[in-house]
Design a protein around this ligand. Sequence first.
Ligand SMILES: Nc1ncnc2c1ncn2[C@@H]1O[C@H](COP(=O)(O)OP(=O)(O)OP(=O)(O)O)[C@@H](O)[C@H]1O
Ligand SMILES: [Mg+2]
Length: 245
Amino acid sequence: MAEASAEARTGTGPAFRVEGLTKVYGMGEVAVHALRGVDLEIPTGELVFILGTSGSGKSTLVNILGGLDRATEGRVFFRDLELTAASDRALTFYRRDSVGFIFQMYNLMPSLTARENVALVTEIDRDAMRPEEALAIVGLEDRLNHFPAQLSGGEQQRVAIARAIAKQPEVLLCDEPTGALDSKTGIRVLEAINKVNVELSTTVVVISHNADMAAIGDRTLFMSDGRIVNETRNARRQAPSSLAW
Ligand SMILES: Nc1ncnc2c1ncn2[C@@H]1O[C@H](COP(=O)(O)OP(=O)(O)OP(=O)(O)O)[C@@H](O)[C@H]1O
Ligand SMILES: [Mg+2]
């Protein structure tokens, strides 16, 4: 039987719709055209990778999807919400309620334990999971009372993932989540991201410099000079544990 598409698995419309998106930083002679016309749909429940050289616009695109940055031209929708027309207040609610972010740097509070770092978000959100539950999803149920300095890089990144998913966001946006990690540790992090996508049906976007990694996703977008220049679809998603780089 053919693998069901992400959208068929979840039975809903696209999570994101992007039309003619451009982003220019600065003005006049110093203007940088970071995005030069991006059209894109990301189905709900998809695990999509974005590859491309440094400076090709990957982070700019994902920051706009996450409501961290504003478009210069074009339209971006998250479901029915037009991010490009939303007020700052609406964008803040969108980021808080619907988006989880993972960056290369884990940004954990050094003076708080793993559980307390996750509790920072779960305490302000009525619908959030318990910190213990979120940490169990990323395989850290026996590290609850460790401080960041007592955890490996991969474990710290998994605490960051637990923190991002604890509020049960509809989308998880990851900007080089394994960039600072060795292969073995990076695979544990990808396993956690994959599990969030499969078990919580979270739509996940992962920026990476590593083309091999994209084998675990549904689809790969290739960016160059502010445009999506190619895309490939995986007939079958590989298990993160089968990766090596
Ligand atoms: N805040 C900013 N102000 C000015 N220029 C910026 C800003 N952010 C990004 N740029 C420029 O926009 C272009 C795209 O940057 P972006 O960070 O999206 O690239 P990237 O594909 O994520 O690169 P990398 O792989 O190095 O992270 C680059 O030329 C960058 O210098
Ligand atoms: Mg980047």
